[in-house]
Ligand binder design. Structure first.
Ligand SMILES: [Cu+2]
Length: 187
């Protein structure tokens, strides 16, 4: 009985804060600015390298610590600081940006104060410098880049974890109650 009680205590200590954290995290995630769309769109091929890369978020990001790094076959091509205009964050690129595969890594400050980061890729068939490249299977889009998926998936996992945690604790409480009754009957 004593061992069981200490097990329960350990379990409570382990799951309690985790469950609390999960609930807090779930609530906060709803206020997060989520990347809604980009131009060029993630994983697509554009005929011509655009002069700017645009990211549109679900809400207006704060004008703090905004970073958009556009990297092409020859390295980073971001030109100047990113501009926030409402929900849009625009990053200009160098006029000598070549054709090829591009990766865009961004970091904005959500209006709830949290950083929102991610990466996406696209392919430019013709560069701003006039060079050309062939789109192949080399356009990589990282799985965490799709902001929409993140928004859909995140609320369910915390809820599921909370349910599992509650069920486990109820089962242990029920077991302890039964054990207590048996002990009473024996006494
Ligand atoms: Cu947040």
């Amino acid at each position: 009985m004593r061992r069981l009680a200490s097990t329960l205590l350990a379990l409570g200590l382990a799951t309690g804060p985790a469950a609390g954290l999960v609930i807090v995290d779930g609530g906060v995630a709803a206020a997060h600015d989520v990347l809604e769309r980009t131009s060029p769109a993630a994983g697509t091929t554009v005929d011509r390298m655009p002069q700017t890369v645009k990211l549109t978020f679900s809400e207006e990001p704060l004008d703090i610590g905004t970073q958009v790094v556009v990297s092409g076959p020859g390295g980073p091509v971001s030109s100047g600081a990113p501009k926030i205009d409402g929900r849009d964050v625009t990053q200009a690129v160098s006029p000598s940006s070549p054709a090829g595969d591009y990766t865009v890594s961004y970091r904005v400050t959500s209006d709830d104060g949290h950083p929102v980061t991610g990466t996406f890729g696209f392919h430019a068939t013709v560069g701003l410098d006039g060079s050309t490249a062939t789109a192949g299977p080399s356009v990589h889009v990282s799985p965490d880049s799709a902001g929409a998926d993140e928004a859909k998936g995140s609320p369910f996992v915390p809820i599921l974890l909370t349910i599992i945690g509650t069920v486990v604790l109820l089962a242990i409480a029920g077991y302890l109650l039964l054990r207590g009754r048996e002990a009473d009957q024996r006494a």
